[in-house]
Ligand binder design. Structure first.
Ligand SMILES: [Cu+2]
Length: 117
């Protein structure tokens, strides 16, 4: 009898081992407009550095004269300049890289960047 319990216990342990530990995809929020501002935030704080990995980014494009363009190694996503609205992107940031975001028509002053670790 003891042997059966032990076998069951070992079987349960192995089941636990194969269940993938799926953490929820972390979320970021990008906003451009309505004025001449562009931001990328995580939990309300501006992103300066970010752990590499997969992220879900919701972008609010609040102006028909701006776009939100995110670019860097393996990532190149943009909203349209003329369009507005909300869009969600799933992106994967690589380790030890620099990613930039900007409004293309006003890239010289509407821009930001962050580094991944
Ligand atoms: Cu702009």
């Amino acid at each position: 009898m003891k042997r059966i319990y032990l076998a069951l216990f070992v079987a349960m342990l192995s089941l636990l081992a194969v269940v993938p530990t799926q953490a929820a995809t972390p979320r970021l929020a990008g906003t451009v407009g309505p004025g001449f501002t562009i931001t990328l935030k995580k939990a309300g704080a501006k992103v300066a550095t970010l752990e590499a990995g997969k992220y879900s980014i919701t972008v609010s494009d609040l102006s028909s004269i701006h776009d939100f363009h995110l670019v860097g190694p393996g990532v190149n996503k943009a909203t349209s300049v003329g369009g507005t609205g909300k869009v969600t992107w799933t992106v994967t940031f690589q380790k030890g890289k620099t990613y930039r975001f900007m409004c293309d028509p006003h890239a010289s002053f509407m821009n930001g960047k962050f580094k991944t670790f």
